[in-house]
Design a protein around this ligand. Structure first.
Ligand code: MN
Length: 259
């Protein structure tokens, strides 16, 4: 019998891998790589824009989201925090024999089979890749009183599932405000194709088999302090309410239609 170290759940910003327990694996299956194989049946139904294991370039410049998110925050967030998740994910994937040509979504669906390092960094990488796409620079007509709004099928699904778009927005904002400590707020699509709102701790997300909320994430908001602290300090609620000016609803609707 061979054993493999497990890691404590990382609830702070610092990556700490502390071996606390051991789980037995059979020598035979670990040598053959059989125990870890991801099967197609585990993959969520998701649109064709699968996530890879490398960072994609930011779809805008660091200062493009001013005055809602400052350029320094974007630079550090993308080049330090998110880059570290991507690097540590590839490291864990190599160590744990994950096929990096497969979509990351498949790995997330069976994340309970892997280390906590994998869980934190696979989640961290996926969540940030989604987050960058969920935002876009404000057009001149956008202001606090004139927010970008979802259109078409997504708008109608919001009316069906939340009563109104305003109600959806306020539920999402509450989920983001009420997430204690670090985590994410989500608008996601359940397996029965309904919209739902919730939040996850740390770098977890609704694609993960260990998550309390399950589905395909359509829109995500990072409420880790590193996402807003330079400009907003302790005022998470202001960051959340300003952030609605940046939402790229075309992208969110595309995910909705293709999921
Ligand atoms: Mn972040």
């Amino acid at each position: 019998m061979a054993s493999k170290p497990r890691h404590t759940i990382n609830r702070r910003k610092f990556i700490r891998d502390t071996a606390v327990a051991a789980v037995a694996l059979t020598v035979g299956s670990s040598v053959l790589g059989m125990s870890r194989k991801m099967s197609g049946q585990d993959a969520p139904e998701i649109f064709t824009g699968f996530t890879g294991f490398e960072q994609k370039p930011l779809p805008y410049s660091y200062d493009a989201l001013e005055t809602i998110i400052d350029a320094t925050t974007m630079d550090i967030h993308y080049n330090k925090h998110a880059a570290a998740y991507a690097k540590n994910l590839r490291e864990a994937a190599l160590a744990e024999s994950v096929d990096m040509k497969e979509p990351l979504e498949k790995l997330l669906a069976v994340i309970s089979r892997y280390s906590v390092k994998m869980r934190n960094n696979a989640g961290g990488h996926f969540n940030h890749e989604l987050f960058w796409q969920c935002m876009k620079p404000m057009s001149p007509e956008v202001s606090q009183g004139n927010l970008p709004k979802p259109q078409g099928l997504l708008f109608h699904a919001m009316e069906r599932d939340f009563g109104s778009w305003e109600n959806c927005k306020s539920k999402f904002s509450d989920a983001a405000k009420n997430r204690f400590g670090s985590g994410w707020a989500w608008l996601y699509l359940t397996s029965d194709k309904h919209l739902a709102i919730g939040s996850t701790p740390n770098q977890d997300n609704p694609l993960m088999d260990i998550s309390e909320i399950r589905g395909v994430p359509l829109l995500g908001l990072d409420v880790w302090e590193h996402a807003y602290y330079l400009k907003y300090q302790n005022k998470r609620a202001d960051y959340i309410s300003n952030w609605w000016s940046l939402v790229n609803w075309d992208y969110v609707e595309q995910r909705f239609i293709q999921s």
